[in-house]
Design a protein around this ligand. Structure first.
Ligand code: AQP
Length: 324
């Protein structure tokens, strides 16, 4: 059975960009593949953070994933730092990772421009990511569009390692994209991102969702309600396509093109489509928050399962390298 690995940073709350770009896919894949999903806390320490926040966010992320439909009976869910093989293989991969490629990564350049002093961990982030994937000999990596460049680099690292030792051991991973590859932030300026504060949280209460939707950027050509719009350029329409039924999407597009509705009407319908999907997730998250021991047990079992596969892979790699 083919293997799937994917991770998410506990760098903030799970938002609808992560959900649509990755997690919805995870939920489907766990039925078809041997799946490993991880809360990648080592990745979340490449920027500034408070230890107590990290602890809370890691647990919260696990709650959000379980509430979204990640089922520990069908997949392995674990916290990255509890499986030390990840950092061990990352060091090994550092010895074959090309520095020039690391420096060219868009996410590194974006995030480095927001840091006062640029840390090596931020630069080497994709090396750890390559190790995360390779440890599970995974073929398919469900990610949003923003991670494609990192995956290309992971393929390159794996290719170089295999070539160096003249083996075909690690698998070159392939990205597996969702129909919603990239959700823009509500300001329409950059991709929706935990660290940019331009998100709708997956667990936001309906009133909070509305407070965020109401001022969100739409088609700039619609200054007055009577101005006809172009749905394809509107971020709200893109989110509609992810949450609303095909009939609603078509209706919304018509109302926008003919200026039948103002943007606010379109946003109201979106809020109700979102609530239909997110309401039950919020309810499950509430139950899980009331039972932290269940979440901790699930993660502890996940660690044991993940470690079994990860340590076997690492041992084999070390033997190939002459480290055993
Ligand atoms: N806006 C997005 N649209 C579609 N997919 C997205 N993903 C993230 N943002 C969008 C996908 O979510 C998965 C988990 O991402 P991550 O936490 O590992 O890192 P990220 O891509 O850096 O996510 P953020 O929210 O932007 O976090 P910060 O601000 O901490 O960097 C990935 O599969 C990603 O593609």
């Amino acid at each position: 059975m083919a293997r799937v690995f994917s991770g998410i940073q506990p760098s903030g709350e799970l938002h609808i960009g992560n959900y649509l770009g990755a997690i919805r896919n995870w939920v489907q894949l766990q039925d078809k593949y041997e799946s490993f999903f991880s809360v990648v806390d080592y990745h979340a320490i490449t920027g500034s953070y408070e230890p107590a926040d990290l602890r809370r966010r890691t647990r919260d992320m696990a709650v959000s994933l379980l509430a979204s439909g990640i089922d520990p009976e069908k997949c392995t869910l674990f916290v990255q730092s509890t499986v030390s093989e990840h950092t061990e293989l990352a060091w090994i991969f550092n010895t074959v990772a090309p520095l020039g490629e690391l420096e060219r990564q868009t996410q590194f350049k974006d995030k480095a421009s927001r840091q006062e002093s640029i840390l090596a961990g931020l630069l080497n982030y994709p090396v750890l990511q390559a190790a995360d994937i390779a440890l599970y000999l995974s073929d398919l990596i469900p990610v949003g569009e923003d991670q494609i460049q990192h995956l290309e680099l992971a393929r390159e690292i794996v290719r170089r390692w295999n070539a160096k030792f003249n083996v075909d051991y690690f698998i070159e991973p392939k990205p597996f994209l969702t129909p919603t590859r990239r959700i823009m932030g509500l300001d329409g300026q950059a991709k929706m991102s935990k660290s940019l504060g331009n998100t709708i949280g997956l667990l936001d209460e309906p009133s909070v969702v509305w407070d965020k939707l109401r001022p969100a950027v739409t088609d700039p050509a619609r200054v007055k309600k009577s101005d006809p719009g172009t749905p394809e350029v509107c971020n709200i329409f893109q989110i509609h396509k992810a949450f609303s039924s095909p009939e609603t999407v078509e209706h919304v597009a018509n109302q926008c093109r003919t200026a039948g509705w103002g943007c606010i009407d379109c946003k109201r319908v979106l809020q109700s489509s979102m609530e239909a999907e997110l309401g039950p997730i919020r309810a499950r998250a509430k139950e899980l928050r009331a039972a932290p021991e269940v979440v901790d047990d699930t993660l502890a079992t996940g660690t044991i399962q993940a470690k079994k596969v990860a340590s076997a892979t690492l041992n084999e790699a070390k033997q190939i390298m002459g480290l055993r």
